[in-house]
Design a protein around this ligand. Sequence first.
Ligand code: SF4
Length: 144
Amino acid sequence: MLIVSACLSGSLCRWDGKSSLDPDIKRMVESGEAIVACPEVLGGLTVPRDPAEIVGGGGVEVWEGKARVVTKSGRDVTREFMAGAKKFLELARKNGATGAILKEKSPSCGLTCHPDGTFSKSYRPGPGVTAALLIGEGFKVSSQ
Ligand code: SF4
């Protein structure tokens, strides 16, 4: 069993109210090979919402207390991102998932994300908050 980023299965849960539909992922979910969840929504954030980036590092540094997640308008949403990641992990375990396929270039799900808080177009390697938690807990994590 896998857990996948909900937006990849067609769920309209992205910050801009859209999905990032991947037909192969959708098929996996429909055939019962994967469950879906959105960490940011699990953490209590709305759809749509202000886009956010990690400032001061990546997801690993967020868990170490060295970096924060901040929205474009300056709201600190670190607590929501961490809470959503923990719920995502809990859901994965409850459903017997041992691996994850996550949406790339997201401060939650990405294996690469924006670790500089500048909302530029450049990405650097480094997992987002949820990806970092899952990797640390021994999950096999890949991007779509
Ligand atoms: S948090 Fe993950 S699942 Fe939710 S919209 Fe962003 S990339 Fe998709």
